[in-house]
Ligand binder design. Sequence first.
Ligand code: FE2
Ligand code: FE2
Length: 197
Amino acid sequence: MGIFGKKDTGIFQRLKDEHREVNSLLDQIEALGGEDMQEAKDIFAVMQEKLLAHAKGEEMVVYPRFGQIESLHELVLEAKEEHQIVEDLLAKLNADELEDNEWMAALKVLKEQIQHHVKEEEGEIFPRAKDEIEARESEQLATVYLESKGEATEEEPGESLESLSKADLLVKARELGIESYSRMTKAELIQILSVRR
Ligand SMILES: [Fe+2]
Ligand SMILES: [Fe+2]
C-alpha cells in the first residue's frame, strides 16, 4: 500500500509479493516435519507451479529490461544461473527416487537457494533497477509480466477453468479435497474440477 492507501501495482511489488507467497508455501511444507508426505508433496506441486511461472516471467519480461542497465549486466547473468540451480533441485525433488528424509533435506536446500536468490534480487538488483525505471514503466512491466504468465490483471467475471493457471487449478483441487491432484496434468485437473465444482 502506498501512502494514500493505493495498492502498488508496479513490477517490484508484484515480484516481492510472489517471493513471499513461495516462501510461505515452503514454510508450510517444512512445518509438516516429514509427518505427512502426501500433504507435503501436494503443497510442493502448488509451490513449484508458482515458482516456475515466476522465474519464466522474470526471464522473459523483467531480466531483459534490467539487463539493459549497465550496472546490472553481471547480476542478471548470475540471477539466471541461480534459476538454473533451482530448476535442477526441482528436477531432483520430482524424480521419485528419494527417501522421505532425503526429499525433506533436498527441499531445505531448495529453500535456502531460493532465499539466497531472493535476497540478491530484492537487496541488489531491484534497488539499482528502481533508479532507472520510473513508476509508469514499472506498471507497464507488471502488466506485460502478468500477461506472459497467462494471468489477467483484472478479474474477469465468470472465469472459466481453462483460463486459470495450473497453480490456481491445484489450489482449487486442494480446497475441494480431491485426492492425488498433485500428479494430474492441467487437462485432468480441468476435467475433474468441472465435475466437482
Ligand atoms: Fe524473483
Ligand atoms: Fe529470480
